[in-house]
Design a protein around this ligand. Structure first.
Ligand code: ATP
Ligand code: MG
Length: 429
C-alpha cells in the first residue's frame, strides 16, 4: 500500500508512494520528478549513473500526468518541497498519460472555462480548482449538520413529475412510457405535502431543472437546491433559520477549510447578523434611483436592478413584503394588505440566493390563488387534497447551493461551482 505523500517527513527512512507525474526536469546527470497525490507533492530524484536499470527504463517512457508507483529511500534535502526527496529503487508506470495534454495541469498556461470543462478531470487535478469542491463538500456537510441538529428530517422527493410546480413554462419534458412527464422544477409541492404528513421539519438537497434558455453566469439548467419546510412557523422564523444557516456554514468553512481557502488565496469573511431587511417598495425606489430605470410596484428586479441594489446594500440582505402578484400562488397574502405577501428573497450583493415564504395552508384560499394566476386547479389535485385533511400553517425556502458556493468563494461563473455543469450548450461530459 502506498503512503499519502504528506505523511513522508525528512526523518522517514523509506517511502512507498503512488500518484501523478506533476513535472519532470533533467539537470545534468540528475532527473527530478515531482510526484503528486491528493495530499501533496514530493520530489523523486534519479541519479542516472547510479539508478537501477528498470528505474531508468521507466524514466525513459515517462510523460507528465502519468500514474506511477515508486518505492525507495528518503533523504532530507532542504531545497525540495517538504524538505525531503525519494531516491527510487522501484519505479513503476501504472497508467501512462498521452502527450500533449489537452490542459496544462501545472497552470502555466491559463485556459478558457470551456476548455477546462471539456477536460474537467484534468482541470480538477489543479489545487485551486479542487479547492472549490472540497469546500463545496464541507458546505453540504455543514448544511446537513445544522438542520439535523434542529430536528429536520431529510427527504428525497421525485424528480420525474406529472405537472409543473408553478405552472406551464420552463419544464423539461421526458418520454415516460405512454404518459407526459417532466423533470421537477423544485420539490415545493412535495415538501408541503410532507407538512400534511406531520413531519413538521423537512429538508431536501437535490437537483432542480429549469428549461430556461438563458445564458448567464448565475443560471444553470440543472442546479442543486437546499430546500426546507417548517410547520407552525411563519415567514420571519424561517428567515431567521436561513440567516443562522448561512452564518453557520461560513463559520464552518472558515474553521475547517484552511488549506483549500489558501489555494484559492481567499480570506473568507463571515457575514454578520442580522441581515438588513429591505421592503420591496424601498428596494424598487433604490433600484430606480441608482439605475435611472422607471421601476414601479409589481415589477421584478432584472439583473441591472439586482446589481444596483447589491451595491447599495453591500452585505447579505432580505427583500420582504413582495407584491402577491409576482410571487407564486402558494405565498401567503398579508391579512392587512393582500396586495402584499409573506414572501422573501435572500440576496447576496451579487445575486439572489434563496426565495421563501409563509405558505397558504387554507384549501379554498389556495384554490383561489391558483386560479387567479390563470392556472387550473384540476392539475394540482394531488397537491390540493392534503389541504383538505389537516394541513398545519407552514413556511419554508429554497436556497441555491451552487450560488451559495459561487458567492462564498467569489467565483466569476456559477459553472465553476459545479463539477459537470449543465447549460444550454453543455450536456457532455
Ligand atoms: P432567478 O430570479 O435568479 O432566476 P428564481 O427566482 O427563478 O431565480 P427560485 O425559483 O426562487 O429561483 O429558486 C430558488 C433558488 O434556487 C434561487 O434563489 C437560486 O439560488 C436557485 N436557482 C433557481 N434557478 C436556478 C438556476 N437556473 N440556476 C442556478 N440556481 C438557480
Ligand atoms: Mg426566486
Amino acid at each position: 500500500m502506498a503512503s499519502p505523500i504528506s505523511t513522508i517527513t525528512p526523518e522517514s527512512e523509506r517511502a512507498e508512494i503512488a500518484g501523478w507525474v506533476h513535472e519532470v526536469r533533467d539537470l545534468g546527470g540528475l532527473t527530478f520528478c515531482l510526484i503528486r497525490d491528493r495530499t501533496g507533492i514530493v520530489q523523486v530524484t534519479v541519479n542516472r549513473k547510479k539508478a537501477p536499470a528498470p528505474v531508468l527504463e521507466a524514466l525513459s517512457r515517462l510523460s507528465r500526468e502519468s500514474v506511477v508507483r515508486i518505492g525507495g529511500t528518503v533523504k532530507a534535502i532542504a531545497k525540495a518541497p517538504g524538505g525531503r526527496e525519494i531516491v527510487p529503487e522501484r519505479f513503476e508506470i501504472l497508467s501512462p498519460a498521452e502527450s500533449p495534454l489537452p490542459l496544462d495541469v501545472v497552470e502555466k498556461v491559463p485556459a478558457e472555462l470551456d476548455t477546462r470543462l471539456d477536460s474537467r478531470f484534468l482541470d480538477l487535478r489543479r489545487p485551486r480548482v479542487a479547492a472549490v469542491f472540497l469546500i463545496r463538500s464541507a458546505v453540504m456537510a455543514a448544511v446537513w449538520e445544522f438542520l439535523a441538529a434542529r430536528g429536520f428530517v431529510n427527504i428525497t422527493t421525485p424528480k420525474l413529475v406529472a405537472a409543473a410546480t408553478e405552472g406551464g413554462t420552463d419544464l423539461f419534458p421526458v418520454a415516460y412510457f405512454e404518459k407526459e412527464a417532466f423533470l421537477n422544477q423544485s420539490p415545493q409541492l412535495y415538501k408541503q405535502i410532507m407538512m400534511a404528513a406531520g413531519f413538521e421539519r423537512v429538508f431536501e438537497i437535490g437537483p432542480i431543472f429549469r428549461a430556461e434558455e438563458h445564458n448567464t453566469t448565475k443560471h444553470l439548467n440543472e442546479a442543486t437546491s437546499i430546500d426546507v419546510e417548517v410547520s407552525f412557523a411563519d415567514d420571519r422564523e424561517v428567515m431567521d433559520l436561513l440567516e443562522d444557516l448561512i452564518l453557520f456554514v461560513y463559520e464552518r468553512v472558515a474553521a475547517t477549510c484552511r488549506d483549500p481557502l489558501s489555494w484559492l488565496e481567499l480570506q473568507l469573511e463571515v457575514p454578520k447578523k442580522p441581515f438588513p431587511r429591505l421592503a420591496y417598495r424601498d428596494a424598487i425606489g433604490i433600484a430606480a434611483r441608482r439605475t435611472g430605470e422607471p421601476l414601479k410596484f409589481g415589477d421584478d428586479f432584472g439583473a441591472v436592478a439586482e446589481k444596483a441594489l447589491g451595491e447599495e446594500m453591500g452585505v447579505h440582505y432580505f427583500i420582504v413584503d413582495w407584491p402577491t402578484a409576482i410571487k407564486p400562488y402558494y405565498a401567503m397574502p398579508r391579512e392587512d394588505d393582500p396586495e402584499l405577501c409573506r414572501a422573501f428573497d435572500l440576496m447576496h450583493p451579487r445575486m439572489e440566493l434563496a426565495s421563501g415564504s409563509q405558505r397558504i395552508h387554507q384549501h379554498d384560499l389556495l384554490v383561489h390563488q391558483i386560479r387567479s394566476k390563470g392556472l387550473s386547479a384540476d392539475s394540482f389535485e394531488f397537491y390540493l387534497r392534503p389541504f383538505r385533511y389537516g394541513m398545519p400553517p407552514h413556511a419554508g425556502w429554497g436556497l441555491g447551493a451552487d450560488r451559495l458556493v459561487m458567492t462564498m468563494l467569489d467565483l466569476a461563473n456559477i459553472r465553476e461551482a459545479v463539477i459537470f455543469p449543465r447549460d444550454r450548450h453543455r450536456l457532455v461530459p
